[in-house]
Design a protein around this ligand. Sequence first.
Ligand code: FCB
Length: 459
Amino acid sequence: MMPTDANNLSQMPSSFARADFPSDFVWGCSTSSFQIEGGATVDGRTPSIWDHFCQTPGKIRDASNAEIACDHYHRWPEDLDLAKQIGMNAYRFSIAWTRIFPDVSGVPNQAGLDFYSRLVDGMLARGLDPWATLYHWDLPQYLQEIGGWENRATIDAYLVYVDTVTRHLGDRIQNWITHNEPWCTAMHGNWDGMHAPGQKNFKAALLVAHHVMLSHGLAVPIIRKNVAHAKVGIALSLHPLRPASSSETDLAAMQRHDGLRNRWFLDPLFGRGYPIDILAHCANDLPTIRPSDMAAIATPIDFLGVNYYFPETIASAPDCPPLHTRLEEVAGRERTGFGWEVAPDGMRELLQRIANDYPAIPIYLTENGASYEDVMDADGSVQDCARRDYFIRHLASLQRAREAGVDVRGYFAWSLIDNFEWAEGYMRRFGLVYVDFQTQQRTMKQSGHWFRTFLRGAA
Ligand code: FCB
């Protein structure tokens, strides 16, 4: 396909089609419960840490909350219709823990289970293969009251939740993602405090990271027990890195940043334990690791989910403990409306690095997308050329990774519909479909139309 009004024609692939990908390639879009569902108190749901965080003044940029969000709880048939119209064959969603276990009693809430049962049936009826994420950041607030992920008891509660959900839905869902982006759960939630629960304590963040990874590893056999032919994985947020300069100090800083950002999660998953350079560097902040923990984290998985958004440029910063690194904003780079660097080739680079550095494993690109300040034109259309070109260039990059031998088997666009973007509230639109948050009207953007044409093989 030849783009006509691309922003960056020089970077656009000259010829590019669905047929260039394998016929069994997974094409989906990703969403998450808190960001789209709304229905905050419907059918027994109780608050998660994000409901609580939204009520804390100053935490959400537009002072909004997700009590209604996209009202997907009620509008899901229309939303799944949209995914089908685009031509997706898969749909990644997450399950809200507090719909399943609304309180400490440990009694599952049938209405919550029924909701996801209907939702999954709706996917199957539309030819969308369900990909369920078990934890996409919305921890029950009642668990936070006892220390949240810092408390090992939360791991036990998570395993009960995983067991319950997979027993109820495992007859229809084959693909399970234990956690979405543990780095964000741990670090945004507990180190920089940008996300719920909003703590600023590095030692706590490392403890949370350890418990989240441990809960992942312990969940894998439970899912396998409950789901025939289960495919189990985890979705990590990973970044290709560049040094701010060629100085030795910046190169060493980049290594340290890589150690916490990427290797801290990849190495233990693949049985290597935590990276020794970071163990040494963060010696004062390390969690207690019990003898069997690392083996549990390394329980073999079926696939690795990679969420790719942007590369990072790292400089040495002696005044910034604990890693003594800082992110550098390089001027003149193409950026999304959110300010995230647009670097399509970074996706290929990242995927090749994973393939080179770690044992062979099927990879699914479980998130990739861009926010721009979309406007609806007078004729009711949303001409988001920049997002369309973003997708084209990233898919071309994915294709280059495949051609280089990386075993990538699927791609999920973030996101189907505009939604509640965490600490940014409704200020960042990522959807292939525009949502008017006053009326809840959905409008397919030009990027959604492009995807549809591409997936039909007509692009
Ligand atoms: C990822 C999150 C997802 C969404 C995108 C834009 O880090 O997993 O929920 O917010 O960023």
